[in-house]
Design a protein around this ligand. Sequence first.
Ligand SMILES: NC(=O)c1ccc[n+]([C@@H]2O[C@H](COP(=O)([O-])OP(=O)(O)OC[C@H]3O[C@@H](n4cnc5c(N)ncnc54)[C@H](O)[C@@H]3O)[C@@H](O)[C@H]2O)c1
Length: 250
Amino acid sequence: MARLSGKVALITGASKGIGEGVARVFAKEGAKVVIADVDVATAKKVASSIGSGALAVECDVSNAGHANQAVAAAVEKFGKIDILVNDAGIYPFKNFLDQDFGDPAWNKAMAVNVEGVRNCTLAAAKQMKKQGKGGKIITISSIAAVKGYSGLVHYCTTKAAVLGFTRALALELAPLKINVNAVCPGLIDTPGVHALGMSNEVVNQTAKTIPLQRPGKPEDIAWACVYLASDESSFVTGQAIIVDGGDTVK
Ligand SMILES: NC(=O)c1ccc[n+]([C@@H]2O[C@H](COP(=O)([O-])OP(=O)(O)OC[C@H]3O[C@@H](n4cnc5c(N)ncnc54)[C@H](O)[C@@H]3O)[C@@H](O)[C@H]2O)c1
């Protein structure tokens, strides 16, 4: 029996990488998926390859109007929204001392990784409240929320903020039976990681420092999200699941 059968899931940043993996696994588990991404051309290709009526929506999560429109599009097509996965995120390297006040690296990371999560969650949670049947909100944080990375002060700050957001919101939404949880990936082999200039060789070399001796795959994160999106996790809220091949416990 598919674990998300009858559910409608909106996944941000689902044109590529972890978000795409989540969308594909959710669809296999029976969910109707809405792929919300700033790269709408790729979102459309992913939606049509998933089939089952998957919907692609243009959405820059840092734009509150877009977030509202993405939720409205999901409701218009499928009649409701049960699950939100806040995956869209950016992680450009820039040393702290090379930044200035108002630096675009800092501001964009905050806008996408923090305000983007706030925007999409606010839009989706208001809709879930209106529906009156609970819901599941998942944030994709990172092990960078609990571990420092040089050159990524701005990124680590945003991902720690996402954990604070997750915990506090879990308390506010608990009376509505809306569960709010985070997944913290370790190194996952995605286009975003390669866009940083990490070749396959560098990814595999880095993976040798991971106890399970491999880089993660988007599906590794998707299965944690399936658990948090399913009825199986109905007594879990305000938590963060680390999926990192053992990197943070070594
Ligand atoms: N890959 C990793 O090793 C890793 C580790 C920990 C956490 N994460 C987190 O996982 C998430 C996905 O990372 P990834 O590696 O799959 O990235 P990716 O770059 O491969 O894919 C990111 C997707 O998000 C979209 N996106 C970017 N900015 C957006 C915006 N403003 N609005 C909507 N969509 C936007 C992109 O178009 C792309 O489809 C991010 O939040 C990232 O911080 C990744």
